[in-house]
Design a protein around this ligand. Structure first.
Ligand code: WT7
Length: 631
């Protein structure tokens, strides 16, 4: 299944075809997959309800496309290379045949534990091969996986389990991360005190820690697969049956479950993977993301495996044992295609060039970035020191909701420009809208980034709350999918993503709603009220700045800050820690009681002279106090 466009001219032709005849365009691609029953209609949609369907009445199983279809020609080809946290430990490699057998055995184990098509299974695991196996095993039997990033707290996990009404949790005793170990099962035990839907927990022994196991509920992975057959028929799934739920933050306090379905997601994952990375058969591909995020779903597991590629998983962190770890792993496994995040590049840049200069990096062909805008300095460092001015950089813009890469270069085919994601993939029709929701057609402009026509992996709903899906993405501008991002289009039509225009902060490529963090902070007993904004951060892109009102200004400010951070870590996880906390006697509000975030943002950004009009404030004095106490 070679879906790759091979020249820039071909890209332009395909792009044009995809806008003139979207159904014909996607039909040519989709028919190359294995369908248990062919679809009879390519697409049916309206953005009002919204109601989007792709490959109607078709039947498939994505794992048949990821595994079984490769067995004949690629049975002995490596599907997965796993590199452990500790470079002295042995790596693991599975061929497509081996992975197929492991997925089927575990899938049979899941069935044996009562999991059926449509059941939701929460996966809370380290970056080990069993995570990939668990994801594919769910898909094999039609269970809906919801992977929760292993850095989330017990509370955050419990919210997600309850929202999804998950029947099972798959986890491990703990995980390795640099010099640390984290006892995952302890977090699961705590979460499950608040979750009634979970009947069974499967625990993989990863760090040889003896966690508390509850009789009748908790089972070791090895016991679950013991005696299981490596034959497990792939459950027939309708194109629009749910494949997975992935929770992501929005502008309200409660994360939402983005729903992706089987057929469309499959087609777009493979198509975008092969084209953006210009993947060829012998390539070793490495995406450094965690499978707990959409990047890992689409570009560690599904996209590469649908393409029969060799995909790598890394258990560790970029700076352990030292800041040369990524580059050492690239040389060790001969990585050709490398995909990481700007925040990682900036962090490694900060450790000096020696680490990267001690490795050859000869095997690299294409470099990718994702998660946030990449600044010019980091882009150049990546191009010169990692890519040795030889490798194209694909700056890939997309979202959890889009399922796959939307705007990006295609390997070395497309023109490149620092800090610009570039042009849309075939099938993707981005537009910039002005304040009034009118399309801006010229170039050299800026506006709200929306998408005009559905693509196969667009989200279908937010789990259990379709109204929320409508309100968040389809109501701002009628007839468009609204991304929440602002963007520029340069004179040549290349897109440059500026960042969120809603109350969402992007910290190291992780998305948080300001309301979500405020909710967490407000759980602390001493807090009366809080407001959270983002501010520019050298490494993380954005940092979290919290303004907090307590009943009495805390006597020991450092102690109080520590307690607030503790509360956030408990409610969400370490990744959401506020960097700066300022205790204030009040927040700037309009007469109607609305917090004026614009003011708080300007102060956090270090531009208190640009507050604009403050005359409509209820209490202008608090602004002076806030400016004086700014961190
Ligand atoms: C938001 C989506 C898609 C996987 C990672 C994050 C920002 C993402 C880029 C990029 C500029 C980017 C946007 C987007 N973003 N990639 N290449 N350039 N901004 O997924 O958590 O769903 O976040 O990340 O603001 O809306 P996510």
């Amino acid at each position: 299944m070679d879906l790759r466009i091979k020249s820039y001219q071909e890209y332009q032709e395909k792009y044009q075809k995809s806008t003139e005849d979207p159904e014909g365009f996607w039909d040519d691609i989709a028919k190359q997959f294995v369908w248990q029953k062919p679809y009879d209609k390519v697409c049916e949609w309206e953005f009002e309800t919204p109601d989007v369907k792709w490959f109607l009445n078709g039947q498939l199983n994505i794992t048949e496309n990821c595994l079984d279809r490769h067995l004949e020609r690629r049975g002995n080809k490596l599907a997965l290379i796993w590199e452990p946290n500790d470079p002295k430990e042995a790596f693991v490699r599975y061929t497509y045949r081996e992975l197929h057998d492991k997925v089927c055995a575990f899938a049979n184990g899941l069935k044996n534990k009562g999991i059926k098509k449509g059941d939701r299974v929460v996966i809370y695991m380290p970056m080990i091969p069993e995570l990939t196996i668990a994801v594919l095993a769910c898909a094999r039997i039609g269970a809906v996986h919801s992977v929760v990033f292993a850095g989330f707290s017990a509370n955050a996990m419990a919210d997600r389990i309850n929202d999804a009404q998950a029947k099972m949790v798959i986890t491990a005793d703990g995980l390795n991360r640099g010099t640390k170990q984290v006892p995952l099962k302890r977090v699961v035990n705590e979460a499950l005190r608040a979750c009634e839907s979970v009947e069974t927990v499967v625990v993989y022994n990863c760090i040889n820690w003896s966690p508390e196991m509850i009789e009748g509920r908790d089972f070791w992975w090895n016991d679950v697969i013991s005696g299981m057959s490596t034959v497990c028929p792939a459950e027939p799934m309708k194109s629009e049956d749910m494949l997975f739920i992935l929770y992501t933050s929005g502008s309200t306090g409660k994360p939402k479950g983005v729903v992706h379905t089987c057929g469309g997601y499959m087609v777009y994952a493979a198509y975008s993977f092969q084209n953006v990375f210009q993947y060829t058969e012998s390539d070793v591909y490495w995406c450094t993301a965690d499978i707990g995020w959409i990047t890992g779903h689409t570009y560690i597991v599904y996209g590469p495996m649908l393409s029969g590629a060799t995909t790598m998983m890394f258990e560790g962190v970029p700076t352990y044992p030292d800041a040369g770890r990524f580059w050492q792993v690239c040389d060790k496994h001969g990585v050709n295609l490398f995909y990481t995040a700007p925040t990682a590049i900036r962090a490694l840049m900060g450790h000096g060039d020696d680490h990267v200069l001690s490795y050859s990096l000869d095997s690299l062909k294409v470099l990718g970035t994702v998660g946030e805008p990449i600044n010019e300095e980091a882009w150049n460092w990546y191009r010169v020191h990692v890519g040795k001015e030889r490798c194209p950089i694909v700056d890939t813009w997309w979202q959890t909701e889009t399922g796959g890469i939307m705007i990006s270069g295609l390997g070395d085919l497309s023109p490149q420009k620092a800090a610009h994601a570039g042009y849309p993939l075939p099938g993707i029709q981005p537009v910039l809208l002005d304040q009034d929701g009118k399309e801006i057609n010229e170039n050299g402009v800026e506006g709200y980034l929306c998408i005009k026509h559905p693509w196969p992996s667009i989200l279908r709903t937010t789990y259990g709350d379709h109204e929320r899906c409508k309100n968040t993405y389809f109501s701002h501008y009628e007839g468009y999918y609204f991304t929440g991002d602002g963007a520029k289009r340069d004179e040549n039509g290349m897109y440059r993503i500026i960042g969120r225009v809603d109350d969402v902060i992007n910290v190291s490529g992780h998305r948080f709603g300001t309301a979500e963090i405020e909710d967490a902070i407000n759980h602390n007993k001493m807090v009366v009220e809080s407001a959270v904004v983002g501010y520019p951060h050298d490494v993380k892109g954005q940092g979290i700045y919290a303004y907090i009102v307590c009943e009495n200004l805390p006597k020991d400010v450092e102690l109080a800050k520590g307690e607030i951070i503790e509360t956030v870590v408990e409610r969400i996880g370490k990744i959401a820690k506020p960097e700066k906390i300022q205790f204030v006697s009040g927040l700037p509000k309009t007469r109607s009681g609305k917090i004026m975030r614009r003011i708080l943002r300007k102060v956090a950004e270090g531009e208190p002279d640009k507050l604009g009009d403050t005359s409509t404030l209820l209490d202008p004095e608090v602004v002076e106090e806030i400016v004086e106490g700014a961190l």
